[in-house]
Every structure is written in C-alpha cells, then in structure tokens.
Design a protein around this ligand. Structure first.
Ligand SMILES: C[S@@+](CC[C@H](N)C(=O)[O-])C[C@H]1O[C@@H](n2cnc3c(N)ncnc32)[C@H](O)[C@@H]1O
Length: 306
C-alpha cells in the first residue's frame, strides 16, 4: 500500500543522466538509496538482462518490500548497508567497476508518515530518527539528553542554519534538568516556546536527524569510493534536498573536477577525474513541484568520470 504513496523525485532527469554512460551493455548500476525502489523500478525497466542493478539502503524495514515491488529479477541485488560501505559491498559482490550510481539523499516521505520512527513532529512519537534502528544507539532522544548546550547549538546552526540555535539549546538543557525529553511533540513545544518561530521546529528536527545518522560523514566517505569505482565514462548522479547537503556534495566533487597540482612547481600531478555534465544543478519543473511538493528543494548534480 505504502508504495503508491511514494513518488520518485527528478525521475526522468536522473535516469536519463545515469543511462548516458559510454558502455552500452553489461553495465553495473548502483542505487545507493533504494528505499522502496522508486527510481530503481523505472531504471530496471530500462536495463537489459545483461545489465545489473545493486540497490543499497541503510533502513532495513522496507528492503524486503522493495524486493517484492521490484519482482526480485535475477539482475537485481538488494543490500542492507550504508552507502559509506560501498567499496566493501562491491568487493563482496565481486564487482570491480560500476557504470553509474545514483544517490537520492535524505529522508523519504514514508519515513515522515511513520510516527514511531520519530522523524516528524506532525504526529507524536518517540524521538528516534535513526535510519537503521539496529545500527547505533545514537537516537535523537540520546542527543537531546546527553549533548552539552554548546554541542546542541552547534548542530542546530551547522546542520540547519537555525538562527535561534542558542536559545533552543538553552531551553532544552533547562527543561531536561526536571523532566526527560522523549517525544516529538514535547520537543516541538520546547522549540516553539524558545524560538517563537514555527519554522525552527523543522530546522531543528533536520539537524537532529543528520546528527543521529551521521549523514554528512556517510556522504563524504561514500562519494570518493563511488568515483574510484566508476569506469571512465560512468555517471555519478546525486539528488540533494537542502542547501547544506548540496554545498557538501558540490565542494566534495569540485576537488575531483580540479587537477591536483604539485605544491612546489604548480604542475598538474593528478588529472581531474570528474566532469560536470550540466553547468547548473537540475531542479524540478513547476509541474513536478505541484504534483510532488517534496521535490520543491531538490537539486540534481550529474558528473561523468573521465
Ligand atoms: C529519499 S529516499 C530514496 C527514495 C528512492 N530513490 C525511491 O525513489 O524510492 C532516501 C533513502 O536513503 C536511505 N539512506 C539514508 N542514508 C543512507 C546511507 N548512508 N546509506 C544507504 N541508504 C541511506 C534512507 O533510508 C531512505 O530510504
């Protein structure tokens, strides 16, 4: 039932980008953020039996359902892991080179609908926010309970550009002295009462989710592994959903777009290994935003390995 609720973002744009590889057949693609297989189901329909698709997701809850949705074809393998483990995953599957990889970062709309996962303040639930509930003990509840005022304010500011970061962090630390903060609604109330801005709740929840899942660390670990694994002519496609995430991806990829120069002579020693395929990131059309509001802030960056 849940499948119909999910609409893949920038679907045509990302698949067209991904399929513009230089190799025509026997290709290996990776969907680094499989979830319910929104992008993968359409990608599989465009692949031949000689091609192969590996789908990775850190959240085990729906991998089984994604397999059912995708019909578990012989050229598809689903892996429960973080994309930060890309090199190990490929090694285990005995794959030397890949032709294309897609990251559709962040959280799915279905995550927000599951109150017991704690991603959303629209319904009351435990402050969890982990993608992989078997992975670590770092829940949003633990962060709110154990981080210092300074640490909380820093993640609210650095991961969500929250202007009232220090007021909110101070309020959390005051209130937790007398009562444990364990639910989404409780936290929402504290944020709203200390920031006087309803938008702060969205930003603080985003920051806590990023911290609970070490999201930026996983992105920074994975992308260099993806570039290394790509065959020349292979494609790296990344969809981001907020400016901080987009900046991280852009700056990380920039390093690979620029030849490395010798510190003394200034001569290039390592050639560039990536080239942007479009000057600016691709954004959803107004029609897509109207039919799928979640796509509103999406940006797709596509690079070719050279
Ligand atoms: C926006 S959804 C992907 C939706 C998918 N493209 C589709 O259309 O069905 C993002 C997914 O990435 C997963 N995810 C987040 N961080 C991850 C990581 N480090 N490694 C693997 N999957 C991750 C989440 O569990 C979530 O299922």
């Amino acid at each position: 039932m849940v499948f119909e609720l999910h609409t893949p973002v920038l679907l045509e744009e990302s698949l067209n980008g991904l399929l513009a590889t230089e190799k025509a057949t026997g290709r290996v693609f990776v969907d680094a953020t499989l979830w319910l297989g929104g992008h993968s189901s359409h990608l599989l329909a465009r692949l031949t039996n000689e091609d192969r698709l590996i789908g990775i997701d850190r959240d085990p809850a729906n991998l089984k359902e994604a397999k059912i949705k995708l019909g578990n074809p012989s050229n598809f393998t689903a892996v429960h892991s973080s994309f930060a483990e890309l090199r190990n995953i490929l090694e285990t599957l005995d794959i030397q080179k890949i032709d294309g990889i897609l990251y559709d970062l962040g959280v799915s709309s279905v995550h927000y609908d599951q109150a017991d996962r704690g991603f959303s303040f629209r319904s009351d639930g435990p402050l969890d926010m982990r993608f992989d509930t078997s992975d670590t003990e770092k829940t949003a509840e633990k962060i709110v309970r154990t981080y210092s005022e300074h640490e909380l304010a820093t993640i609210f500011r650095d991961y969500a550009d929250e202007p009232k970061a220090y007021f909110i962090a101070k309020a959390i630390c005051e209130i937790r002295k007398t009562q444990p903060i364990t639910t989404t609604k409780q936290l929402q109330e504290i944020i709203e009462n200390s920031s006087f801005d309803k938008k702060s709740t969205l930003r603080v929840f985003q920051a806590l989710r990023i911290e609970a899942n070490d999201e930026f660390k996983h992105i920074e670990t994975s992308i260099p592994q993806a570039i290394e694994a790509l065959r020349p002519g292979g494609i790296l496609a990344i969809i981001t959903f907020h400016s901080i995430e987009d900046r991280i991806v852009k700056q990380l990829c920039k390093k690979f777009e620029t030849p490395e120069a010798d510190e003394i002579t200034g001569m290039p020693v390592t050639p560039a290994s990536l080239r942007k395929t479009t000057k600016k990131p691709i954004e959803p059309t107004s029609e897509e935003i109207a039919s799928n509001p979640r796509s509103r802030s999406a940006k797709l960056r596509i690079y070719k390995k050279i």
